[in-house]
Design a protein around this ligand. Structure first.
Ligand SMILES: [Zn+2]
Length: 342
């Protein structure tokens, strides 16, 4: 799973921000969009004020039709009151990714209302996501997006301690009385001989495999890309890894913030990841040591900082170098961009 974030802060659903009862979802609703457009940029675009604007736009590409969902219905920018927690589809390079578009603990506007109520609302609010449909005949795309959706659901089940039985499609939610009369995504599954029972069984299998792994594996091999006494420096490395497309995480062990990638029960898989990282210009080594999880703070984009440097915010010469490094930025990368822009 590749989970990224572009919160649709302009959508009225986000600004309303109804907190879910108990601060967490009671289940998951799986949708598919019902339109032949597999590209995430159709629905997901950041506002120019988003701190990750450049990164997200570089990843997703520009929606030239300007009909994405990061819009306000009240302000007349979109003709539907609709918003979900995430989308799965293609980025600009054609890779399958998941974009979180709402905090998972606020009620979304997805499934509509049914005979008994709605999974949009408390006390039955569920986390809901859309899979971007294509023409529904491409098996490769089908396999890839549903694999991503299954992994995403397993992740959500783990984080929010949800039973697999609390996953329903939009069509099933309607049948249960908690959604409007739609056929997604069962109509798509059916085309490839699958159904939601298959989907749930796949999620269950993933969760079981993970539990067995944690129970039986004493050692996990991780690739450590850096260990820093200063958190900002660790954030800097973690951000560079993220920007290069790696799933990274940070742990604290003793006085050091360690930036690691992957956790493999088979050492060869960690070695493969190390080689991939090396090809991308990073260095590291395989370790079995870990620590307590620490959240990674996102830094500003290279372009943003380069502009700040040009505007004199970071001083000159060695002082600039010292300040940038202390704030977690890679001096050489920033300076290169400054030279390009000047
Ligand atoms: Zn739906």
């Amino acid at each position: 799973m590749v989970l990224k974030q572009c919160i649709l802060t302009r959508n009225d659903c986000y600004t309303k921000g109804t907190k879910m009862t108990g601060g967490k979802p009671t289940g998951i609703v799986v949708h598919s969009t019902g339109a032949n457009n597999p590209n995430l940029k159709r629905y997901v675009q950041p506002l120019p004020t988003d701190k990750d604007y450049n990164t997200i736009m570089a990843d997703l590409g520009d929606n030239i039709y300007d009909n994405d969902w990061n819009k306000s219905y009240k302000a007349g920018e979109i003709n539907r009151q609709v918003c979900v927690h995430a989308f799965i589809g293609k980025n600009a390079a054609g890779n399958i990714e998941t974009y979180q578009t709402l905090p998972f603990n606020i009620c979304c506007w997805g499934v509509g209302g049914g005979a008994k109520g709605s999974y949009n609302n408390n006390p039955r609010a569920r986390v809901q996501f859309e899979i971007c449909e294509d023409g529904l005949t491409d098996k490769t795309y089908f396999d890839a997006v549903f694999k991503e959706a299954i992994e995403f659901c397993a992740y959500l089940c783990k984080v929010y301690n949800l039973p697999v039985s609390s996953i329903s499609s939009h069509a099933e939610s309607y049948k249960a009385g908690y959604g409007s009369n739609h056929g997604d995504c069962d109509h798509w599954l059916k085309k490839f001989g699958k159904d939601m029972d298959w989907f749930r069984a796949e999620v269950k299998a993933l969760l079981t495999a993970e539990q067995t792994n944690t129970a039986t594996t004493k050692k996990l091999y991780r690739v450590q890309v850096g260990a820093y006494a200063v958190k900002k420096n660790a954030d800097g490395m973690a951000n560079r890894l993220k920007n290069a497309g790696f799933n990274t995480y940070m742990v604290k062990s003793g006085t050091l913030y360690k930036v690691q990638v992957g956790a493999y029960s088979v050492k060869a898989n960690a070695t493969n990841m190390l080689n991939t990282l090396k090809k991308a210009g990073f260095s590291g080594y395989v370790t079995t040591s870990t620590g307590t999880a620490v959240a990674i703070s996102s830094l500003k984009s290279v372009d943003e900082i380069a502009r700040e440097v040009i505007n004199g915010k970071w001083g000159n010469g060695s002082a600039r170098k010292k300040k940038l490094t202390a704030a977690g930025y890679d001096y050489a990368t920033i300076q290169k961009r400054v030279n390009e822009l000047c």
